[in-house]
Ligand binder design. Structure first.
Ligand SMILES: NC(=O)c1ccc[n+]([C@@H]2O[C@H](COP(=O)([O-])OP(=O)(O)OC[C@H]3O[C@@H](n4cnc5c(N)ncnc54)[C@H](OP(=O)(O)O)[C@@H]3O)[C@@H](O)[C@H]2O)c1
Length: 307
C-alpha cells in the first residue's frame, strides 16, 4: 500500500462535487495536492491555503505529480444531450485526458485514477453487471468507453491506470440536491414505471474507493464505485420520501421526461443498471454506507430516525 505522505498528487476537476470532498481528504492524509482548474483563482478561494491551484499541468514541472486523479468533465446530467452538448461532454473528457497525457509525457505519473461511470455498462432491468462485463450500448456507454481508452493510453508511459466506474453519488448537493426540492414539497414520485435500477453510492465511499485505488497496487483496471446493493427507482423514491417525511404520490410520466430531455431521460432517468462493486468487495473495502436509508439520511442531514 502506498503511503500518501508528501506524495505530489494532481487532481483535475477537483473543484466539483466529488473533488470538493476528495481533495481535502487526500491533503489530510498527507498528500501534496495540486488542483488543475479552468479558474485557479476561484479554486484557490474554494480550498484556501495549503492546496496549490493551477491552470496548466506545466505549472507542476518543479515537482511533477506521482499520482493524477482525473475528475474533469462537463456535467452529464446538466443539460439535454443536443449534438452540441454531446461534443462538449466528449471533448471535456476524452480530448481533455489526451491533452493531459501529452502535457505529462516527459514526467509521467506512476498512478492515474480516472473517473468513469456505471453508464459504461449500458442499461438492463434483468442483468447484473460487474467489472468483468464489457461496454453496453448508447451515448453514455460510448462516452465512458472512449474516456477509459484515453485514460488507459497512460499505460504506454508506464503509469498504473485505474478507471473508477462511479454510480449515482449521494452527498450534500449533486443530483440529490436537485431532487430535494420537489420531494420536500410532496411532489416527488417514481420516474416512469419505476422498475429501472439505480446504482447509488455515498460520497464518502466514492472518496474511500478513489483513495484505495491510489494506494492499492492490486486495483489496476476497472473498479466499480457503487453500494453493495442497488435499488429500483420505485424503492429509491419510497426511501427518499420516508427520509424527508413526505408522500411521493405523483409518478412522473415517461413520455413527459422523454419529450423534455430526449435520450438523456431514456438513458439516465428511465433506465439503469444493477452494478455490483465486485472488486472493492474482493479487496475488503469497508463500505461506510451500505444501506440506502443511512446514506440518504447523512447526505440530507436527516440523522433523526423517528417516525
Ligand atoms: N456525481 C456523480 O453522481 C457522478 C456519477 C458518475 C460519474 N461521475 C463523473 O465523475 C467526475 C466528477 O464528478 P463530479 O460530480 O464531481 O463533477 P462536477 O461537480 O460536475 O465537477 C467536475 C469538474 O470538472 C471541471 N469541468 C466542468 N466542465 C468542464 C469542461 N467543459 N472542461 C473541462 N473541465 C470541466 C470543473 O472544474 P473547474 O471549473 O475547476 O475546471 C468541475 O468542477 C465527472 O467527470 C463525472 O462525469 C460523477
Amino acid at each position: 500500500m502506498l503511503d500518501l505522505k508528501n506524495i505530489p498528487v494532481l487532481v483535475t476537476g477537483g473543484t466539483g462535487f466529488i473533488g470538493s470532498r476528495l481533495v481535502p481528504h487526500l491533503a489530510a492524509a498527507g498528500a501534496q495536492v495540486t488542483v488543475l482548474s479552468r479558474d485557479p483563482a476561484r479554486a484557490g478561494r474554494q480550498f484556501g491555503a495549503g492546496i496549490h491551484c493551477v491552470k496548466d499541468p506545466s505549472e507542476t514541472k518543479e515537482r511533477p505529480p506521482r499520482v493524477v486523479v482525473n475528475l474533469a468533465g462537463a456535467g452529464i446530467a446538466d443539460w439535454p444531450w443536443t449534438s452540441r452538448r454531446r461534443v462538449e461532454l466528449l471533448d471535456s473528457r476524452i480530448a481533455y485526458t489526451d491533452r493531459l497525457r501529452a502535457s505529462l509525457i516527459d514526467t509521467p505519473p506512476e498512478i492515474l485514477v480516472s473517473a468513469s461511470a456505471v453508464g459504461y455498462y449500458g442499461v438492463s432491468e434483468s442483468r447484473e453487471f460487474t467489472e468483468k462485463d464489457g461496454p453496453g450500448e448508447g451515448f453514455a456507454a460510448q462516452l465512458c468507453r472512449r474516456w477509459e481508452a484515453s485514460a488507459e493510453a497512460f499505460s504506454a508511459l508506464g503509469t498504473r491506470v485505474t478507471c473508477v466506474r462511479i454510480g449515482l453519488v449521494l452527498g450534500p448537493g449533486g443530483l440529490l440536491g436537485r431532487m430535494k426540492l420537489p420531494f420536500s414539497l410532496g411532489l416527488g414520485g417514481r420516474l416512469g414505471h419505476g422498475r429501472q435500477w439505480m446504482s447509488w453510492v455515498h460520497l464518502d465511499d466514492v472518496v474511500g474507493i478513489f483513495e484505495r485505488s491510489i494506494t492499492d497496487p492490486e486495483l489496476a483496471g476497472a473498479v466499480n464505485a457503487t453500494a453493495p446493493a442497488s435499488v429500483t427507482n420505485a424503492e429509491f423514491t419510497r426511501t427518499l420520501g420516508q427520509v424527508l417525511k413526505r408522500p411521493t404520490p405523483f409518478p412522473v410520466p415517461a413520455f413527459l421526461l422523454h419529450s423534455l430531455l430526449g435520450q438523456m431521460a431514456d438513458e439516465l432517468l428511465l433506465a439503469g443498471a444493477y452494478v455490483r462493486p465486485e472488486r472493492a468487495q474482493a479487496a475488503a473495502y469497508p463500505f461506510r454506507y451500505p444501506a440506502l436509508e443511512d446514506a440518504l439520511r447523512d447526505a440530507l442531514g436527516r440523522t433523526d430516525t423517528g417516525g
